[in-house]
Design a protein around this ligand. Structure first.
Ligand SMILES: [Fe+2]
Length: 441
């Protein structure tokens, strides 16, 4: 398959973390070895490593690429002006220990593609130290043409909220719709097209260890996100031999953006095999597990993917969803209880309502509850949930999600000054009065 034949012929492989192989031209993939003296069809052999060579076998990620020209064929890089995409806690601003919430971020009228429309909201850690993450929204209204993004700082988890995305990667094409999410490995070229015009969504840029499926413990061998439901592209390459006036490669490297121009398309991989791959996942396939007696479990039960840190069980980032589900627990408060946690929580809403905030938290908006910042259901949600008749109830037409990190997020100047900040947010708890009655007195 060639890129030029798309998008009618999209085919996917399935699985997560396993070994995949694909060739767009029969015989392009070497058999029995990775690096023959000359690769089939006069292709160049190139290795993309996603982990250290000596990472444990279960964590090791790498893919072999057989391409028309190697990635090393490129000119010098110049700085690329995009002041709204920042990295690491050092790029943030001083933040008080308040809960923060944002109204939906408007998509500007000025021409913006996926790279230029990226707006960092909050970040922690340090991209160069391979620790922490950043949360962004993309506010885009045109496709990337003759332009690719290579993020050398981190793996990207894309959560579209409005508009489909067509992701062209070095390993092939992924078509992504709201409700689905996609992972693009660190260092892999990506170009984003917008078939529906103005588009908005969320991005987790993970500087740390790559996302993987969480352990299931007593749940057993099935449940939550099942590996077979992840979709991986098949090989597809640009047929054009040269581009005029060239192909812009925007590289995110060390927290800054750079651009270089090359004559050929970076999407020139004719065959590949490996386990470092882009993939997508439809959250409708998430097998949700919850209480069938009383008291809901911790929200970790909704973890789709986790990127661990050096401390067992304390993630660099967890990706957690709150999908449609039945609520059947008896004699209990069903929404999230009031809490303050070690972990820091960035939330977004793809569509519908979130059960702890019936109003005020809107699709395309966001909230941030950093570590040890108290929060919970707003006064109205608390009143309803604490007096509701607890018949079985299905939460439908909703998809909220959380990027949860052990590291406190630092918001950006854009996040605090763009006009989307909900300055009245803390007032949603003011109606929670002291109703205590000391009946013993
Ligand atoms: Fe929370």
């Amino acid at each position: 398959m060639t890129l030029n034949a798309l998008p009618n012929a999209l085919r996917y492989q399935s699985g997560f973390g396993n070994e995949f192989a694909s060739e767009a031209v029969p015989g392009a993939l070497p058999h029995g070895q990775n690096s023959p003296q000359r690769a089939p069809h006069e292709l160049y052999t190139e290795l993309l490593s996603g982990t250290a060579f000596t990472a444990p076998r279960a964590d090791n990620r790498r893919t072999w690429l057989y391409r028309r020209q190697p990635s090393a064929v490129i000119g010098g890089y110049d700085p690329y002006a995009q002041p709204f995409w920042t990295s690491g806690a050092a790029g943030g601003v001083v933040c008080p220990p308040d809960p923060l919430r944002w109204k939906p971020f408007d998509i500007p009228d000025e021409p913006l593609d996926f790279v230029d429309g990226m707006r960092t909201l909050a970040a922690n850690g340090d991209a160069d130290a391979q620790t922490g993450m950043a949360t962004h929204v993309y506010l885009a209204n045109r496709s990337m043409t003759g332009k690719a993004l290579v993020n050398a700082d981190g793996e990207m988890l894309l959560v579209p909220q409005q508009g489909r995305l067509v992701l062209t990667t070095e390993l092939g094409i992924l078509e992504l719709a709201p409700g689905e999410v996609a992972l693009v490995p660190r260092g892999m070229a990506l170009s984003v097209a917008l078939p529906d015009g103005p588009s908005r969504g969320y991005v987790c840029e993970n500087y740390g260890a790559h996302f993987r499926l969480p352990e299931l413990g007593p749940i057993g061998s099935n449940g939550l996100a099942n590996a077979r439901d992840f979709r991986v592209p098949t090989a597809a390459y640009d047929q054009a031999a040269a581009f005029s006036p060239g192909y812009d490669i925007v590289k995110k490297y060390g927290g800054r953006l750079w651009v270089a121009r090359q004559a050929h398309s970076p999407f020139n991989v004719v065959a590949w095999h490996g386990n470092l791959v882009p993939c997508k996942y439809d959250t409708a396939h998430f097998m949700t597990i919850g209480s069938i007696s009383f008291d809901h479990p911790d929200p970790s039960i909704f973890t789709v993917l986790t990127a661990p840190s050096d401390t067992p069980g304390t993630a660099n980032c967890d990706f957690v969803i709150f999908p449609p589900r039945w609520l059947v627990a008896e004699n209990t408060f069903r929404p999230p209880w009031f809490h303050r946690n070690l972990m820091s929580e960035f939330m977004g809403l793809v569509h519908g309502q979130y059960d702890a905030k019936a109003e005020g938290f809107q699709p395309g908006g966001a909230s941030l509850h950093n570590g040890m910042v108290p929060h919970g259901p707003d006064a109205e949600s608390y009143r309803k949930a604490s007096t509701a008749e607890l018949a079985p109830h299905k939460l439908e037409h909703t998809l909220a999600f959380m990027f949860e990190s052990r590291y406190r997020f630092v918001p950006t100047a854009f996040a605090l000054q763009s006009g989307s900040l909900d300055t009245a947010y803390a007032g949603c708890w003011h109606g929670l009065h002291d109703n205590f009655k000391d009946t013993a007195a």
